[in-house]
Design a protein around this ligand. Structure first.
Ligand SMILES: *[C@@H]1O[C@H](CO)[C@@H](O)[C@H](O)[C@H]1NC(C)=O
Ligand SMILES: *[C@@H]1O[C@H](CO)[C@@H](O)[C@H](O)[C@H]1NC(C)=O
Ligand SMILES: *[C@@H]1O[C@H](CO)[C@@H](O)[C@H](O)[C@H]1NC(C)=O
Ligand SMILES: *[C@@H]1O[C@H](CO)[C@@H](O)[C@H](O)[C@H]1NC(C)=O
Ligand SMILES: *[C@@H]1O[C@H](CO)[C@@H](O)[C@H](O)[C@H]1NC(C)=O
Ligand SMILES: *[C@@H]1O[C@H](CO)[C@@H](O)[C@H](O)[C@H]1NC(C)=O
Ligand SMILES: *[C@@H]1O[C@H](CO)[C@@H](O)[C@H](O)[C@H]1NC(C)=O
Ligand SMILES: *[C@@H]1O[C@H](CO)[C@@H](O)[C@H](O)[C@H]1NC(C)=O
Ligand SMILES: *[C@@H]1O[C@H](CO)[C@@H](O)[C@H](O)[C@H]1NC(C)=O
Ligand SMILES: *[C@@H]1O[C@H](CO)[C@@H](O)[C@H](O)[C@H]1NC(C)=O
Ligand SMILES: *[C@@H]1O[C@H](CO)[C@@H](O)[C@H](O)[C@H]1NC(C)=O
Length: 503
């Protein structure tokens, strides 16, 4: 973590005097970039392994009432303090409202040394692909929402990447209907970024780990022209439950299956709850030499206790939080997980030519034409607010925080927020790729109408095919790969229990 201590930065402190609260500079976090199958710090060139949690307090639809997980600095300060206690360097968020102001929460995350992997979809109708009839939902209005998320978040250097979709393909029907639409959304996002955004923020996909097409879907998403291929892949896997080993969990097979994958791959969800309490034994294995060559770490499902019962903390209605047993277990495991460095993994070239077919999915290589060509060429108009790091006004939450035994913590200050105050002017603002400059730092946060109901609450998104996090997290829970005790020829057989519960 670097603090700004230059003379010019100090000189700029005068400009901060109009702030009522003490304003603290966001310390900077370097953008990550992708080199081969690894995330790398673009400045230090250190390889980066993700230690994360999935973060969506209140569940999927909590962003609809004018708030989302990154819109309230006081709640962010509470949770980011807890993220530091967990030893995280990354969080994943499933749904945001791009018209809200996320500047202070993103700056707080940066100060705490934490990156964000962000899904661009929401459970609101019109803001996700219908997995069975994707052509009904692949519209200009949908892509407008996606581009708004890109605009809102790509100005933050601690945005690690975007997920174009989460488990859109999760059964045999969607495996036929959706693959080329997922690739089309990836293509549109990458084209939009390449035309309109300075930093080439990576675009990935978060896959349900279904053995029928684990390898074929990832190969299909990896291949082809640069702008049609994902930049990284997340895998939602719950196959390590309780007391297991690298082999007994069949992580060894997972590693073999992705050994040739040319891009970064990591667990975008892990943390089976079939055996409670969770001890997160798998963390040591994920960061061990046998695994860290292929997997760039992982993200535990999930921070807050919700109906699906995966929480690391309880959040009460008064906004106080309390650690649960799993919180303590995970912080212990993350603290002792170290990755020494790359072994002799040889770089695999990304296949720019696709195969003629991919097993158990429709690997149609003709992608639908984009419905948003004009937006991709010209960008959203300049009234759309692009996020940027700002001075921090909240260093510690005013919500109460309790440890697992019920003792209230007295010092809840986030480490890294105590650097020299500087003006927010020192934060580099996103400028238009074409050089027209001047991002609208003060430009209102309203982008109004053309996106179908962003934040409007017009949700019937839990209808069939919504890729809502609540649906997917439940499906992930149910789709846990469990070891079948029946063995065939000594090889453990996985039973894939696929079930989708719509909230
Ligand atoms: C902040 O840093 C201090 C000193 O290194 C450490 O004792 C404390 O645990 C840290 N706080 C958090 C939330 O990580
Ligand atoms: C899905 O397709 C695979 C491969 O074709 C098949 O083995 C499996 O039985 C199918 N599953 C269902 C639920 O139809
Ligand atoms: C794990 O499985 C591999 C085969 O995939 C085998 O070669 C190896 O000996 C096993 N390791 C242990 C500790 O059982
Ligand atoms: C990985 O590549 C090796 C060498 O080309 C090959 O033998 C192996 O089958 C491949 N593995 C997968 C899962 O495709
Ligand atoms: C979390 O909340 C649940 C349900 O309200 C309660 O049963 C449990 O004891 C709480 N756990 C902690 C550690 O506060
Ligand atoms: C492949 O996808 C394109 C675009 O959606 C479609 O027009 C075409 O019919 C599909 N081809 C096959 C063989 O399904
Ligand atoms: C921005 O540049 C891209 C090519 O890099 C071009 O297609 C697009 O029309 C330009 N947009 C504007 C507003 O000039
Ligand atoms: C906590 O701080 C916020 C401002 O960040 C304020 O609106 C709220 O009233 C405070 N709550 C308490 C309980 O002090
Ligand atoms: C973001 O990263 C780029 C590349 O390292 C750097 O030039 C820029 O100053 C950074 N922006 C901020 C606000 O730190
Ligand atoms: C800017 O974009 C918003 C949302 O996309 C739209 O409602 C508005 O009319 C546009 N303004 C101009 C001047 O094009
Ligand atoms: C609800 O979804 C259906 C498609 O399933 C769509 O035709 C309808 O317009 C949606 N209604 C609202 C209020 O979003």
């Amino acid at each position: 973590m670097r603090f700004i201590t230059t003379a010019s930065a100090l000189a700029a402190t005068a400009a901060t005097l109009f702030y009522a609260a003490p304003s603290i500079a966001a310390s900077s976090l370097n953008p990550l970039e992708i080199q081969g199958k690894y995330f790398v710090d673009s400045v230090t060139k250190d390889t980066f392994w993700i230690k994360g949690v999935d973060y969506q307090p209140g569940g999927a639809s909590n962003f609809q009432d004018g708030s989302d997980p990154l819109s309230d600095p006081n709640s962010c300060a509470r949770d980011i303090f807890m993220f530091q206690k967990l030893g995280l360097n990354t969080v994943r968020i499933y749904s945001v409202d791009p018209t809200l102001d996320h500047d202070e929460c993103m700056s707080l995350l940066a100060s705490a040394g934490i990156y964000l992997v962000l899904d661009v979809n929401t459970a609101v109708y019109g803001q996700n692909l219908n997995r069975y009839e994707p052509w009904t939902t692949y519209t200009e209005a949908y892509m407008t929402h996606v581009f708004q998320v890109i605009e809102a978040f790509s100005g933050y250097n601690n945005t690690l990447g975007f997920f174009a979709g989460n488990e859109v393909i999760n059964d045999n029907t969607s495996a036929i209907a959706s693959p080329n639409y997922v690739k089309a959304v990836v293509r549109d996002m990458k084209d939009y970024i390449s035309n309109n955004i300075i930093r080439q923020v990576p675009v990935g996909y978060s896959a349900a780990d279904v053995l029928d097409y684990r390898v074929t879907l990832s190969s299909y998403l990896e291949c082809g022209p640069d702008d049609e291929a994902v930049d990284f892949l997340g895998v939602n896997s719950y196959q390590w439950c309780g007391d297991q080993t690298f082999n007994s969990s069949q992580y060894n097979i997972l590693v073999e299956d992705y050994a040739n994958f040319s891009l970064p791959v990591f667990f975008s969800e892990f943390g089976c709850i079939q055996v409670l309490p969770r001890t997160f034994q798998e963390v040591g294995t994920i960061f061990s030499d046998e695994m860290s060559v292929v997997f760039s770490g992982g993200i535990v499902y999930e921070y807050s206790q919700e109906a699906s019962d995966y929480g690391l903390v309880n959040i009460s209605s008064d906004g106080s939080v309390q650690e649960r047993h799993d919180f303590v277990a995970l912080s212990t495991e993350y603290a002792s997980a170290t990755t020494t460095g790359l072994s002799t993994a040889s770089a695999t070239a990304r296949p720019t030519t696709c195969a003629s077919s991919y097993g158990n999915i429709d690997g149609n290589l003709t992608l639908p034409d984009t419905p948003a060509a004009s937006l991709i060429s010209n960008g959203l108009n300049s009234t759309f607010n692009r996020g940027k790091w700002v001075d921090i006004t909240v260093q510690s939450t005013n919500f109460s925080i309790y440890d697992v035994s019920g003792n209230q913590l007295t010092d809840t200050t986030i480490n890294g927020t105590d650097s020299v105050p500087v003006s927010s002017d020192s934060a580099t603002q996103q400028t238009d790729k074409n050089g027209s400059g001047g991002s609208s730092s003060g430009g209102g946060s309203s982008s109004s109408g053309s996106s179908s109901g962003s934040g409007s609450g017009s949700s019937n998104g839990t209808s069939t095919g919504s890729s809502s996090p609540s649906a997917t997290s439940k499906s992930a829970a149910v789709a846990n790969l469990v070891r079948d005790s029946g063995k065939v020829g000594g090889a453990a057989v996985f039973a894939v229990i696929l079930g989708l519960i719509f909230a």
